[in-house]
Design a protein around this ligand. Structure first.
Ligand SMILES: Nc1ncnc2c1ncn2[C@@H]1O[C@H](COP(=O)(O)OP(=O)(O)O)[C@@H](O)[C@H]1O
Ligand SMILES: [Mg+2]
Length: 383
């Protein structure tokens, strides 16, 4: 029998770790993924990937009910083991109705879980598994955000996307959310025939139409370009941005967003669905002041702190602030420091990204290092 792919999903990180630790004792378990968000499970259901999904104990039947009703056909391939702290006849009955493979009491006993796996084994035939190998594609969404223009947002999002592509060989899409004077295409020396503005005219945001608009770059990444004429940018509303965001999510493994600076409506509407929010700043006083205000605002909005990362660009320039002063001011550690280098403006002017023309330069290396944030050096991969 082939090894069984497993995904562990729960809100509570500790429970997920506990289940993952137990799975290490199972020789039949193949690739293991995990997530703290139930919406990641929807993608698996949608794609009908043969997998054992261990869900709970914080998520419960109520969280699953509508999903399972909607994707009932997928349950021939996806075997759900629900963990619960409240194992009653009622829960069991409801679980059977929803075609849940098994319900186990949490904390779960190794023998029970093994037995449950055994009963699901028949799904994991050679054919089914090979289809499933790479199919667990859950897009990671990464936003580059700054509170001030000129922070290096576009330069870094472009180079980060290309470095990510070079390392992972996965599908990477770069979305220029700056609808007025967006310069992603310019920095990559590409001249798109169509831009996001053309989508509005046809008002269709499905995969087929989005695909037509995505412009390929020689590095292998694809670009969703911003409008060429700034006056066109004004007419692109929040709804269109959200539709494009939702559509692109389904088409790639990594969606990188070059956001306009400040809390524009388009940014706010997408922010919630972002997995990694890179907050860009430079060492100048206005930039640090704005970063502090931005962090306070995000906290007030209840935006999860663990999703935010502080990126200090031109971190070695001798101006205004020292690094430790900045960290004291914002009461956060700086996660990534990108040095200043004159090859940056040269590369921007030529339209050849630094990670391609000078990957071993200090800036190039620091951008590759930044990838550690989203690709942890763990065997287990978060979906
Ligand atoms: N690390 C760096 N070293 C030197 N110049 C930089 C660096 N980062 C950005 N720049 C320069 O700053 C300018 C503004 O960068 P850009 O990415 O367009 O900022 P933003 O998108 O935040 O407005 C670019 O033209 C680039 O040449
Ligand atoms: Mg920019």
């Amino acid at each position: 029998m082939k090894k069984i792919p497993v995904v562990v999903i729960d809100k509570d990180k500790k429970s997920v770790d506990r289940t993952l630790a137990m799975l290490e004792l199972f020789p039949d378990v193949g690739s293991t993924k995990y997530s703290n968000e139930i919406y990641d499970f929807e993608v698996i259901l949608m794609k009908r990937i043969p997998i054992i999904a261990i869900i709970g104990p914080t998520y419960n039947l109520k969280d699953l009910e509508s999903l399972l009703k909607h994707y009932s056909n997928s349950l021939n391939y996806i075997k759900i083991i629900l963990l619960t702290q409240d194992l009653s006849a009622e829960v069991l009955k409801a679980a059977i109705k929803l075609n849940i493979h098994d319900v186990l009491e949490y904390p779960v006993k190794e023998a029970d879980l093994k037995e449950s796996f055994k009963r699901a084994e028949y799904v994991f035939t050679d054919n089914n598994i090979s289809e499933a190998q790479d199919a667990v594609r859950v897009c990671k969404k990464i936003m580059f955000f700054s509170t001030k223009g000129g922070s290096g947002n576009t330069f870094l999002s472009v180079n980060f996307a290309i470095a990510l592509k070079a390392l992972t060989k996965k599908e990477v899409v770069l979305y220029d959310l700056k609808y007025q004077f967006g310069d992603v295409a310019l920095m990559l020396n590409i001249y798109p025939k169509n831009t996001i503005y053309d989508l509005l005219a046809i008002n269709k945001f499905d995969e087929e139409n989005l695909k037509i608009l995505l412009t390929a770059h020689s590095s292998g990444i694809k670009i969703m370009p911003g409008p060429i004429d700034p006056s066109q940018g004004e007419s692109i509303g929040v709804e269109a941005s959200l539709k494009v965001f939702e559509g692109l999510k389904r088409m790639c493994d990594y969606l990188i967003i070059d956001a306009p600076f400040g809390f524009k409506d388009s940014v706010i509407s997408i922010m919630e669905g972002i997995d990694y929010m890179f907050l860009m700043a430079t060492k100048e006083v206005p930039s640090i002041k704005n970063l502090k205000i931005c962090l306070q605002l995000l906290e007030r909005l209840g935006y999860p702190k663990e999703k935010t990362f502080i990126i200090l660009n031109r971190a070695d320039s001798k101006v205004d602030f020292e690094i430790d002063e900045i960290e004291k001011t914002i009461q956060r550690t700086i996660d990534v420091k990108i040095p200043s280098d004159r090859i940056v403006p040269i590369s921007v002017n030529k339209g050849i990204p630094v990670v391609m023309s000078a990957p071993k330069s200090s800036v190039g290396l620091s951008i590759f290092k930044m990838l550690d944030i989203i690709i942890p050096k763990k065997v287990k991969s978060k979906i």
